[in-house]
Design a protein. Structure first.
Length: 304
């Protein structure tokens, strides 16, 4: 399955990922190898195998095969020719046009909707980031690298989990507050200012200038209303109060920009919300007066 010179695609604390090739059928694959020396290797392998073998969705990385022969823990996934999303957003990959980015957001939302609400048990991925969003030859999303997933009988049990897992910058803020990548070129945390991406977008939103968060490489080649609504939907999903965040099904609906998006309570009771943020995250750098009210949400264009 793995031959000499096979290219390593990435590595993390629990293992590494290589290109591979299956002889029957003839197919290029991705092989995730869990390090033998990792003390929880068997547990990680068993958990990922038990979850991935039960999932089947067009936007989930397909598990093709597995092996635990000779104490070697291997998981074999389908090969995605366009690699990971982070390479295209932050690396030397292709320039993704506006339509492709919007479709990627919808595909990823569809994958999360399946994991949270459509699969037999709710699955928490716990490491959603652009490095784990793979793209096939047609730029369709395949969400992968389930290094820290867990089953829940019901989504409301999520807050009962206490063990901190996954990549810190991409977990819910009640576990660890930072940011996420979305529509732009900025990394999830700026190296110079130490300002998290969500913080940055919220500041722009508060200054009524949220479109400044869009990737300048698009050269303003995007629908301004579409981009604004997508960014606001992202802020809604990153709401500091867990109960105020939408279900993923609501987020998917609102990416289509129905009137309900225009009445989000993301701009209401901001003094209370900001006080909560400061109490939980010790924020001191954002003025309540800089936040717009719901009256300043992007207006839906009228048809002509």
């Amino acid at each position: 399955m793995l031959g000499q010179g096979e290219r390593m695609l990435g590595q993390r604390g629990t293992g590494c990922v290589h290109e591979g090739f299956l002889k029957n059928p003839n197919a290029k694959v991705v092989v995730k190898r869990i390090y033998r020396g990792y003390k929880h290797a068997k547990e990680v392998f068993t958990t990922e195998l038990s979850i991935m073998s039960q999932l089947e969705h067009r936007n989930i990385m397909p598990l093709i095969s597995w092996s635990n022969d000779g104490g070697e823990f291997l998981l074999v996934y389908g090969y995605m020719s366009n690699g990971s999303l982070d390479n295209h957003l932050l690396g030397n990959g292709m320039q993704l046009p506006r339509k492709a980015r919007f479709n990627i957001a919808l595909d990823l939302s569809s994958a999360l909707h399946y994991l949270h609400q459509e699969s037999e048990k709710c699955v928490l991925h716990r490491d959603i980031k652009s490095a784990n969003v793979m793209l096939d030859s047609k730029i369709n999303v395949k969400l992968g690298v389930f290094g820290a997933p867990m089953f829940l009988d019901h989504p409301d049990l999520a807050l009962q989990t206490r063990k901190m897992v996954g990549t810190l910058d991409f977990v819910a803020p009640e576990y660890y507050y930072q940011g996420r990548e979305a529509c732009g070129i900025r990394k999830h945390k700026d190296e110079e200012s130490q300002l998290g991406l969500v913080d940055w977008v919220r500041e722009l939103y508060g200054a009524w200038n949220v479109l400044q968060a869009a990737d300048e490489r698009l050269n303003v080649d995007f629908n301004k209303h579409e981009m604004a609504c997508l960014l606001v939907a992202v802020l809604w999903c990153a709401h500091p109060i867990a109960k105020q965040r939408p279900k993923i099904s609501q987020a998917i609906e609102n990416q289509g920009f129905p009137p309900s998006l225009l009445s989000l309570e993301i701009g209401s009771q901001l003094s209370t919300i900001l006080c909560h943020w400061r109490a939980q995250a010790q924020w001191t750098d954002i003025s309540v007066s800089s936040w717009p009210s719901t009256a300043h949400m992007p207006a839906k264009p009228t048809s002509t």
